[in-house]
Design a protein around this ligand. Structure first.
Ligand SMILES: [Zn+2]
Length: 416
């Protein structure tokens, strides 16, 4: 009984505080909490991955709009504003009768240096969701929680991926390196060069392709954010798609990819300069890492271009990112080259498996060592041996991590 009285007193004290700071609250008796979920629709889902899948039997899925920006107004007066909590809810708002406006922005943030802002295009006008409704006063001592589903536009699908990224970055700060200005995603704009999805100039562009939208391909969104991750973590080494592959090595080229004008520069299976395959392999790895449970003995990757293995498989293509493909060694061997597929599988395994795993912080150290104890840039052209030497310099060549890196490279066939 005494405990109950104490609790009531504390709640009453909280209400008094709210009354003192907010106008027009003379009827305050209970609380409202406004909560939201991003509703997503992806064309590449249900292919073995673990996260951001559609709800069983539905054409969509939902994720709590954790850490998204929101505002609540009551009778045209702001009563709450800020980033929602990890459950996708505002704080408690004094529940007087009135007309409430709940307004949600596609901006996700866990701290002032970790923020992803999603706009339709480079005009950077907000596309927002808002709900206005008259609500009665909340009964004394209780909290009413109101849920809203935010869908109907590809931006909500992009926001779901951004939420998953920020959620991961809360436990591993290097998953989204600190940045003084927001990471920006344009959910409905073609790349400056005309491609349908890219990361350039510090921004992710998601345009249209084959009548669909890159904003509805979660792997493509995560892939481009993987380039952003590399850019702000260790820097991006040289990327040069001009590597000549003989015409008869069809499995090592992208002739099967359509539409040709934008997608044949490189693909998951193409033989590339070793450094280019690392930059693209990293972006694929980032997507695979985001959507797969690291403790599983499998890793599934939904590829968004056609894939050729005997026959051409249309996208999304279910790729086993856990297997040891040794793609270049098996089909297109040539020294100092690489494939995005082989590097994807290498990065995922060294990052996620065994006691000798390389965290994102470790991988950052390896690449900075390769690039002269500095961030990498377009003057850096790492090959496999560069990575092996760097790991040896950091840990010593008898360290379990060195042995793990070396042996995984052999298993995955990046040791060219
Ligand atoms: Zn890429």
């Amino acid at each position: 009984m005494k405990n109950t009285m104490t609790l009531r007193f504390l709640m009453f004290a909280g209400v008094l505080t709210a009354i003192a700071t907010a106008p027009n609250t003379s009827l305050a008796v209970g609380y409202y909490k406004f909560c939201a979920r991003w509703q997503y629709q992806f064309t590449d889902q249900g292919l073995g991955e673990d996260y951001l899948k559609h709800t069983a039997g539905q054409s969509y899925g939902r994720i709590a709009a954790a850490r998204s920006y929101a505002m609540v107004w009551r009778d045209s007066t702001a009563v709450w504003g800020g980033y929602m909590n990890s459950s996708g809810c505002t704080g408690s708002i004094v529940g007087n009768a009135g007309t409430y406006l709940f307004w949600i922005f596609p901006e996700v943030s866990s701290s002032s240096n970790k923020k992803i802002s999603i706009y339709p295009d480079s005009n950077e006008q907000w596309y927002t969701w808002s709900y206005s409704q008259y609500r009665p006063a909340v009964p004394s001592g209780s909290t009413v929680t109101l849920w809203y589903n935010l869908g109907g536009d590809p931006i909500s699908s992009v926001a779901a991926v951004a939420t998953e990224i920020i959620n991961r970055a809360v436990s591993d700060t290097n998953f989204l390196p600190d940045k003084s200005t927001p990471y920006k995603i344009y959910a409905n704009q073609m790349c400056p060069g005309g491609a349908s999805a890219c990361y350039t100039g510090g921004r992710v562009y998601l345009g249209t392709l084959n009548g669909g939208r890159a904003a509805n391909i979660k792997t493509a969104i995560a892939h481009e954010m993987g380039h952003a991750n590399m850019d702000y973590l260790m820097g991006i080494p040289k990327v040069d798609y001009n590597h000549s592959v003989p015409a008869d090595l069809t499995h090592c080229r992208c002739d099967h990819v359509s539409p040709p004008e934008e997608n044949r520069l490189h693909c998951l299976q193409s033989r590339e300069h070793a450094y280019t395959s690392q930059a693209e392999g990293w972006a694929h790895f980032y997507a695979a890492d985001l959507f797969n449970n690291p403790s599983d003995s499998n890793c599934w990757f939904a590829y968004y271009k056609e894939f050729l293995y005997g026959v051409v498989a249309p996208p999304p293509v279910q790729i086993n990112a856990y297997a040891d493909h040794k793609w270049i060694r098996t089909l297109c061997s040539y020294s100092s080259t690489g494939s995005e597929l082989d590097w994807l599988t290498l990065y995922w395994k060294v990052n996620n498996k065994t006691a000798s795993a390389f965290s994102f912080a470790d991988l950052n150290n390896v690449y900075r060592k390769i690039c002269g104890d500095a961030k990498c840039d377009s003057n850096d052209v790492p090959i496999w041996n560069s990575t092996l030497i760097a790991v040896g310099l950091i840990y010593g060549t008898t360290h379990p991590k060195f042995i793990f890196w070396r042996d995984t490279g052999v298993a995955k066939g990046t040791d060219l």
